[in-house]
Write a protein that binds this ligand. Structure first.
Ligand code: CO
Length: 212
């Protein structure tokens, strides 16, 4: 997309919204009450709202390379805390996607400069699941599987977060969902991870038993 189109397109979008509802932006300015937090990849092909048919105000969004939840990342910690404590989102979606460049880089060791430390988290996912992944001979299937396993590991990283556990113990929310967007078909796939069961398995290590 050419930058010169940005303002022209914006003008059309504003007109379109106002033609349907003259108070559209006044209503939007009153506040946000999204029920979903979406954590996805920065990849330009994987839009957060469009592929779910969500409108402005419906999804709180965080995107980074390869949809990672890194415990020392102030950015994601702030996003999750705000979403859970203030917005009280009911669902957290971690959405990976096939053909993810970040995941591909983790499968092919090389010096990526500034990206090395970020990709380390992905290489860790590869290491945790090396037996399963290296048993897959088809390189495309192996790549796809690492995308899925990365989503699962990032969902586990979400349940380690104190704010999430605190809310969970108090209200039963948020529910965590691991999804993959298939760029080859446009379909969203629910990995059907039962995070409750996963948490049961890992709680002896990660359960914080929050008091309040
Ligand atoms: Co990606």
């Amino acid at each position: 997309m050419d930058f010169s189109k940005v303002f022209e397109n914006n003008k059309k979008w504003v007109e379109e919204k106002l033609s349907l509802n003259p108070n559209y932006f006044e209503d939007l300015a009153k506040g946000q009450h999204p029920e979903l937090l979406y954590i996805g990849c920065s990849d330009s092909r994987v839009t957060a709202e469009e592929l779910m048919g969500a409108k402005p105000g419906e999804v709180f969004v965080h995107r980074n390379i390869a949809n990672l939840v890194v415990n020392t990342d102030n950015n994601i910690n702030a996003v999750v805390q705000f979403a859970v404590e203030q917005l009280k989102v009911k669902h957290i979606i971690v959405c990976g996607h096939y053909e993810c460049g970040g995941v591909k880089a983790a499968l092919n060791p090389s010096d990526m400069g500034q990206l090395n430390s970020w990709l380390q988290t992905l290489r860790d996912v590869y290491r945790y699941h090396i037996d399963e992944l290296d048993s897959i001979k088809d390189s495309q299937k192996k790549f796809d599987r690492l995308v899925e396993l990365n989503v699962m590991e990032q969902c586990i990283n979400i349940i380690k977060i104190d704010h999430v556990q605190r809310a969970w113990y108090k209200t039963g929310y948020p529910i965590i969902h691991g999804l993959v967007f298939d760029v080859r078909t446009g379909k969203l796939i629910d990995l059907d991870l039962n995070i409750g069961d996963i948490f049961e398995e890992v709680r002896k290590i990660y359960d914080l038993k929050p008091i309040d």
